[in-house]
Design a protein around this ligand. Structure first.
Ligand code: SR1
Ligand code: MG
Length: 399
């Protein structure tokens, strides 16, 4: 990192003028730092009408939401840019476009998406984007199939796995998803009124064995190039459009991790809805989230299977019936990883607005408690819920 320095808005503006590829860079006149995520600096680069034209993102050498006491490799910016570029090749309508990136400065210049909204905020407001789920299913099927052994020739696959080794970001996931919530840890963060429920997580042997299995798969199953953090805050939506951003956790891992993270965020919204909305609206939103869950899995399954039948290049993996069997394993993984997302967002370091923004304290506790119970149930029962209808029936039982 020889010439790494942290950008000021002035640096970001000059950088965008040089690297955004605009025919007339002088239209860019100011920059404003707008990052509100956990990790990075994000600058909007504005024209003279105050309209954002391009984004400059820079990885800090530490975790932004914690500070310099938690150092973190800026190389994550390279991994993010390369993951987005790879995903853009396979799902260009649903992946933000990287215009330029520089591994040494840990910067990415990317298309502006100000005409879109962060999906989580829209879900919290109860706003429905009818095409979003289908587009998310398309994004996941295209990116995961085309970076898997069904599609990539073996030497290419291994080269890619090596290029996307991402130990620092994976370690965050390993800790926050699979370690911290199941032990006493200073990073954990939950209301003291839920202490007994959290203690039960730590003492539940069957749960911890199931979590160990999920962590083991996260550590070892290099099935495809994952986004690695595909929650509803990593997705922008607009009418008829959905785009993935923020892929710094990208690495070759189990396909069910991406599916499970996306499903988990639908269910976090499901759990929070009664605290965020009026009774009638919350009931409608909950039904919609269950429909979304169903459409996401079935949309992904149908697309991945069609790709496997039509395009598999590995003759053995193309054996009749194998893709179906593989997807059944992905399904079981997805339910388990979904459960870990519910628990880590309720008990661990990093929370979500779907639960945090509930103003009524009693209601907020009830919604967080619901997420913990549901998460635990899904992890333990994962391989007994054979299909999405069984999953939905089980979710209804815990409402
Ligand atoms: C220290 S990073 C905490 C969380 O923020 C990111 O968006 C990931 O979800 C990570 O787990
Ligand atoms: Mg992120």
């Amino acid at each position: 990192m020889s010439h790494y320095h942290t950008f000021t808005p002035t640096d970001a503006l000059a950088y965008a003028r040089e690297h955004a590829g605009l025919a007339d860079p002088s239209v860019l006149v100011s920059a404003s730092e707008v990052g509100d995520g956990n990790l990075n600096l994000v600058f909007k680069i504005l024209d003279s009408d105050g309209i954002s034209r391009v984004i400059v993102k820079q990885a800090l050498p530490w975790v932004r939401c914690v500070g310099e006491s938690w150092p973190l490799t800026p190389d994550r910016a390279r991994l993010e840019a390369q993951t987005l570029i790879e995903h853009y090749r396979h799902a260009p309508r649903h992946t933000v476009k990287v215009l330029y990136h520089d591994p040494e400065l840990a910067t990415i210049v990317m298309e502006d998406l100000s005409d879109h909204q962060i999906w989580r905020g829209e879900l919290i407001q109860g706003r429905h984007y009818p095409q979003a789920i289908d587009q998310l299913a398309e994004y996941l099927a295209q990116t995961l199939f085309h970076t898997s052994d069904f599609w990539l020739p073996p030497h290419d696959k291994k080269r890619q796995v090596a290029n996307f080794i991402n130990p620092a970001m994976c370690e965050i996931t390993e800790d926050l998803f699979f370690n911290d919530p199941y032990q006493e840890h200073p990073r954990n963060n939950y209301p003291e009124q839920l202490e007994s429920e959290v203690v039960q997580l730590r003492e539940d042997r069957a749960l911890k064995v199931a979590v160990a299995g999920l962590k083991h798969r996260f550590l070892t199953h290099a099935e495809a190039l994952l986004h690695g953090d595909i929650h509803s805050g990593s997705l922008f939506v607009a009418d008829g459009s959905l785009k993935a951003i923020d892929a710094e956790f990208g690495y070759f891992g189990p396909i069910g991790f991406d599916l499970g993270t996306a499903m988990g965020n639908l269910l976090l919204n499901y759990c929070g809805a009664p605290g965020l909305l009026g009774i009638r609206e919350a009931a409608d939103v909950r039904e919609q989230r269950l429909l979304d869950l169903r459409a996401l899995w079935l949309g992904f399954h149908q697309r991945f299977l069609a790709l496997a039948h039509d395009k598999s290049r590995d003759a053995t993996l193309a054996s009749p019936g194998y893709a179906e069997a593989f997807l059944q394993k992905v399904w079981f993984d997805s339910i388990g990883f979904c459960g870990t997302e519910l628990i880590r967002r309720s008990v661990g370091l990093s929370h979500v607005a779907d639960l945090e923004e509930i103003q009524d304290e009693r209601m907020r506790l009830a919604c967080i408690s619901h997420a913990i119970t549901l998460g635990r149930t899904l992890i333990v029962l994962a391989d007994r819920l054979d299909n999405v209808d069984e999953l939905i029936a089980r979710i209804r039982q815990y409402s």
